[in-house]
Design a protein around this ligand. Sequence first.
Ligand code: MLT
Ligand code: MN
Ligand code: ZN
Length: 310
Amino acid sequence: MRVRVLGSAAGGGFPQWNCGCPNCSGLRNGSIKARPRTQAQVAVSPDPSRWFLLNASPDLRQQILATPELSVISSSLGPPISTILLTSADVDSVLGLLHLREFQPLRIYSTLSVRRALTEENSLFRILSRSNPPVQWETLSLDRIIPLAPPSSPGAKDGLFCKAVPLLGSFPDYVSDSLKRNFPPEEAVIGLQLVQKDKRFFYAPSVPGLGESSQHSVDESDLALLDGTFWKDDELIQAKRSRKTARDMGHLPLWGERSMLRLPFRLGKTKRVLIHINNTNPILNEESAEHRAVREAGWEIAYDGMEFNL
Ligand code: MLT
Ligand code: MN
Ligand code: ZN
């Protein structure tokens, strides 16, 4: 399985157009050592002809164009992308679906409530139905392993499977109260565990919380790309960009009590990588103490173009 990071920043990207924080200013004027990043997007390939998108970022068009493996080789083969898996109904996770709207038949996996939020409460997404055949929605049930792609040849054991892992989050603000009342909150934010043969990859760009069973899903994976949005719980309050804490926004901060860096992950097997990094997060500055602390704690920091082969 190939795992390619097309974008590694949180909503807004890095630098963010309206932000003058030390990171964004420092990147613009070249006074800090840091890389620009587009908004979080990952693509996974079980074999050279097929790619699965994990979420659909607001930068998706530009990210596809920057990745030759994702482009159309000939009109008879069609695009190597036909399937998208969604971890939430957040704007950052779904806006890119509109970039894929060019009469292309697509298959989208999500929990039932995420699908309802998009198709019944946001009529704009109905544009995906104008392809022939129209978009095909598939339901992700929590904690159940389902097949995504058959093996590349009959009898081979290299098919791709997926499990949706609930992460104790809540629905985005724009979702109606009636949908919030009628659907289990566990469906709001999920992690995706992708399995091919004996290899496992866990993807969770938003981690509101990790219970015992979701932590087990991380620990049994060979690679985990996890929420690195904020360094501190009050990061956006201090930067005067919001009144909300990281936890209010559905992100475990990296540092402090009961934070991501303090979680008792089993050390050894799992390569742990931070993704969905907000422009205010000091770990983006490669010469900062926070960057060093994360590296010393055994984590890697995702960048656009990073790739893993499992
Ligand atoms: C989020 O997921 O909460 C956003 O990406 C954060 C942001 O837009 O700064
Ligand atoms: Mn986000
Ligand atoms: Zn900024």
